[in-house]
Design a binder for this molecule. Structure first.
Ligand code: ADP
Ligand code: MG
Length: 284
């Protein structure tokens, strides 16, 4: 099977009925039209770095799109379209069929257009570039946390699910009023520190409020949760509670944004200790 047959069979879906798609897969470029602000993000999954040989291909297909959707969610953007970069050591059709099934199922759930991509031979590595839309001025920037904000996390920390549910609906609902947001891909403490550094503020975190299934350490530093960590004004507390019920997503108020820098973790007895950013890093 040549690369063109492979693309034709597994990755060339009709997309021109989807919003914004002027020309779909198959030409030198795809064409997309929008009157909104566009949000772009890209993530790569590499064998040996992000997953091991024994991952099910369906899960890999799901996951490579899910991690990109999570970035859209953290920006408050509505994902619309994506491009797929595939580097494969060989063409193994049963593997590809399952990979494509995992990918297309999630793409269908969010009505995403696969607009194109690139296919090459080499060590297994998969890249998705995603394109979303948002209303001008509503992007949930990391730099937008304000002193006095409440700090929230969605879902449950430290689980590292194989198939995380991207918090797209939550991100969209937060976009009109929340301040800063990030998705927890590398570990809560490390990702929260990105918001704090970008915003020039610090945080108090209440240990007892952190939602976690496993140990506290896992909740603080284990990556791959793909939950949202965000800040919002105190005046929006009831609005956020309502959102949690509407979307059926637990939203825990886990702390406060304060002047200064860094993170203080306060335990149930009121004792505070410095919390160091810990989590996944590619290069140290
Ligand atoms: P070019 O030689 O012009 O770069 P290619 O031969 O790489 O084009 O690709 C042909 C068409 O197939 C293009 O429209 C491209 O976007 C699409 N394509 C290539 N690889 C993939 C892929 N993995 N998934 C989806 N579309 C792809
Ligand atoms: Mg070309």
């Amino acid at each position: 099977m040549t690369e063109f047959e492979l693309i034709q069979k597994y990755f060339n879906l009709k997309t021109e009925h989807l919003p914004g798609v002027v020309l779909g897969n198959g030409d030198d470029c795809a064409l997309f039209r929008s009157t909104k602000t566009l949000a772009f993000s890209m993530d790569t999954l590499v064998l040996g770095t992000h997953f091991t040989q024994d991952i099910a291909p369906e899960d890999l297909g799901y996951r490579v799109l899910a991690v990109n959707l999570s970035d859209c969610a953290a920006m408050g953007a509505t994902p619309r379209a994506f491009l797929l970069g595939l580097t494969l050591p060989q063409v193994e059709e049963p593997w590809l069929a399952k990979f494509a099934a995992g990918l297309h199922a999630l793409a269908a759930q969010f009505e995403l257009a696969l607009l194109g991509g690139n296919t090459t031979r080499g060590p297994l590595s998969i890249t998705v570039q995603i394109i979303g839309e948002l209303t001008e001025g509503q992007g949930l920037k990391r730099s937008a946390a304000q002193v006095g904000d409440d700090l929230y996390v969605s879902g449950c920390l430290g689980q590292a699910l194989l198939r995380p549910q991207p918090r797209v609906a939550l991100g969209k609902a937060l976009a009109p009023f929340a301040h800063a947001a990030i998705d927890i891909s590398d570990g809560f403490s490390q990702d929260l520190q990105h918001i704090l550094s970008a915003s020039g503020v610090g945080a108090h975190v209440f240990e007892a409020h952190l939602p976690h299934a496993g140990s506290l350490d896992e909740a603080l530093s284990r990556g791959e949760d793909y939950e949202l960590c965000f800040t919002a004004a105190e005046a929006d507390r009831s609005r956020i509670q309502q959102l949690s019920q509407q979307l059926n997503v637990p939203l825990s108020r886990v702390g406060t944004i304060v002047e200064g820098d860094g993170m203080l973790l306060e335990n149930a007895q009121g004792t505070r200790r410095l919390l160091k950013p810990e989590g996944f890093l590619h290069f140290k």
